[in-house]
Design a protein. Sequence first.
Length: 355
Amino acid sequence: MKNSVKSYVLNFLLIIGLTVVALWFALKDHYQEVMTLIGGMHWYWLVIILLWGIAYACVVGWILAVFAKRSKKDYTVLQGIANGFVGIFFSGITPSATGGQFAQAYIFKKQGIKFSDGASILWADFIVYQTTMMLYVTILFLARFSHFMAIIGPLFFGILLGYLVNVCVIGVLWTMALFPRLYVRLSQGCVKILAKLHIVKNKEKTLSSWTAQMESFTTEIKKMQHEKKMILQAVVLNIVRMTIQFTLPYFIMKAMGVSVGADRFIDCLALSSFVLMANAFIPIPGASGGTELVFTALFQSVVKHAALVSGVMILWRFSTYHVVMLVGAVVFLFLKRKYDSEKWMKEEKEVDVCE
């Protein structure tokens, strides 16, 4: 427990440090101009922008509730939203967002859903999200590929590589679903090689774990084949989720009084999705530092106004990351206190009954 707390504290310090460095690079040449742009915005726009990231997190929770109702009929959207915030919080403070799903499985258990069912829900959510996201981004790539290839230059090849990595993830997922036996054989071969290299210490335990995950995954795929209405609902919500995520820079520009036409709307969608692709190569907690720099580099190639890009980046990042992280931390602490209190009361009742 102490090691976990120490790790989270170090991650927080790393996030803060890298964010400060990224902000310094963004503001060092035009601090006053950026502050003037932000200060000139109407107060209600600032409120809307800050709530934008909250809206995104709420849709994430709504999607979890859609899948959770299959295991627990009385599972509410509010419970899903709470779990969504916890997942986003732990994803944001762990390298490569590795801690989010473990935290969500824990919350599902506290909400009355078994660990196995919770894992199935998270598998379903991941599969539908990844597939929908790649279809969404592919459409944006095809719509503006030549345009961005011309104006972004060499940086676009990095974005394209990130896109291909995500395509490979989807390919592996569906290969696992269609050919589970082949995946088991391949995984056994990989484990044996890793064991010989002394990277895997307990070969049998690792094989058993991988096989169990494979069975859980294929079982989930089979269930989903008979739940088309649920999948359709999740796909629609994921489209809403990504549209909320990708359109924020456009509306921040509007709020700053910048004249941006409909053509810039598609550009903002595409560029925001490219930032997401680039994050595949930033294993730092919250992709801090790298996200800000990639966002600035991509949007500056289109907007061509350094102060404007810096102002948009600051508000965008604050809304989609820092505000959501803060709310997620508060939600987690509230839920932990709530569940600890319920556990204590249950133990007290059991003691009274025994007496």
